[in-house]
Write a protein that binds this ligand. Structure first.
Ligand code: HEC
Length: 196
């Protein structure tokens, strides 16, 4: 009887103690600064895999309910081409482009979007909300849903464009209106420049 009670006490001590030991190890690891956060030091294969699973599941769950508009509308595609050339090409490249100065140093690497198919719902969600701890911005902060769908429409045709066709559609595209918007911040005092 006495033997069995000691056995229970010992195992419950281990059960209670283990989380504390793990917590202390975790705090010690963070405090030691051992983890290299540099963008030029890749994650381990296991951590990369875990992060990718978490990212892909989060996006799949959150984007499943979205209803894309008709994405084969030529005007929508044309509008998206101008947006892509203005905001995305420096990271995601154009047809025939091998790399860019900005993209080379990014981790994770932005995928070359002329070389892969983009699922419309997944692309919309990522463009609107961005991805944490990566260079992918949340364009929903400065663009409405209709504009984001135009970019998604353009991504559907992008992999089929030659370098010359890409240049041509971008040249014909309407200018990116958002580039003309005043910067955030207090408006300049009216008439300030004209003296008083
Ligand atoms: C400063 C660099 C940068 C810019 C500018 C940028 N992105 Fe990204 N984007 C990224 C990075 C980095 C990732 C990969 C994130 C990851 O793997 O977790 C990404 C991922 C994506 C993906 C997900 C691809 C997939 O299915 O895995 C899409 C779609 C995308 N970006 C579209 C765009 C569009 C459209 C624009 C312009 C409106 C844009 N991005 C601008 C850096 C950028």
């Amino acid at each position: 009887m006495a033997y069995r009670r000691t056995g229970i006490k010992t195992s419950s001590r281990i059960l209670l103690g283990l989380p504390l030991v793990l917590l202390a190890a975790g705090v010690g690891f963070v405090a030691s600064g051992a983890y290299d956060v540099g963008a030029d030091a890749p994650h381990s294969r296991l951590l990369s895999w875990l992060l990718q699973q978490a990212r892909d599941r989060a996006i799949a769950v959150r984007s499943a309910h979205l209803t894309p508009p008709p994405l084969d509308d030529p005007q929508l595609i044309l509008k998206g081409a101008g947006q892509y050339a203005a905001m995305c090409v420096s990271c995601h490249l154009a047809p025939g482009q091998q790399n860019s100065e900005l993209r080379r140093g990014l981790y994770p690497q932005p995928p070359a979007l002329a070389e892969q198919a983009s699922d419309p719902r997944r692309a919309f969600w990522i463009i609107k909300h961005g991805i944490k701890m990566s260079a992918m911005p949340a364009w929903g902060a400065s663009h409405d849903d209709a504009t984001i769908w135009s970019i998604v429409a353009f991504l559907q045709v992008l992999p089929s464009l030659s370098p010359a066709q890409y240049q041509d559609i971008v040249r014909r595209a309407p200018p990116d209106d958002d580039m003309d918007m005043p910067m955030d911040g207090p408006p300049l005092p009216h008439g300030h420049d004209h003296g008083h």
